[in-house]
Design a protein around this ligand. Sequence first.
Ligand SMILES: [Zn+2]
Length: 279
Amino acid sequence: MTPPKHGRRAATPSPVRPTSARRSDFVAGIMSRLTRTGGSRPAGVSLRPVLSVIAMSFAGAMMVATSVPALAITATDTVARASVYAPAEDTIELAPQTVEVGSDGIMSTLAAEQYDVAAAPPPIVSQVASVGSVSLIDTGAVVWPVLTPEKRSGGYGPRSAPCSGCSTFHDGVDFTPGNGTPVMSIADGVVVLATENGGGLGVNVEVQHNVGGELVTSSYAHMQFGSIAVSVGQQVSAGQQLGVVGTTGQSTGPHLHLEMFGTDGARFDGFAWLSARVG
Ligand SMILES: [Zn+2]
């Protein structure tokens, strides 16, 4: 064996590992080619960088081959590419975002105006003494004025006078839920009367309502002194307490005398009216 001329690699056979015969053959070929042209290679230059560059080139080729999807290279059908790379949800979400503006903008405006008229009828404007104009908003929510409306001592209509001076025509309905029990507004409305000097009606509150576009007034009589919980002009809601059951005025026992009337002031059967509307 001749003494080494260029570095230790040229002096000893390449330390080929037995794990890959093909690779060792390749490396040996490179080595022998470099060795043959070793005369032009400057002294002291190692083969290691050259081999490293070759190895990195192989590694890069492997990465390209495994990281690029096959369809990205080979497929030419655009529909197939979309079905593979785009979730179906993405495609569906795009559809509602499409806005078509046509020449029917005026029709949309007319529809909105018609909706407003149907949904918000004009309120009834009522004149209340010492308060002025009050606005009554339409409401359909109607409730009983007492908790136990099934307890009654008299209905609307002709009757024999229960006391001297009492009318032979009963223009209200008498509820008997018990002395001191709550008396409540039958619907949303505005208090138009609240007095403890109601004559035969005793302690009396009146509330005006707009029920289905009709102005209706409810009158609650014979309540206890000092129990009135509202004042004239106050907005009240259906079921809101106005006072408690008593026997003030022309009364023979604790009860709520409820009268109801419209704009003409004529009394009507409040029990029948409530029975038809209370849910
Ligand atoms: Zn009565």
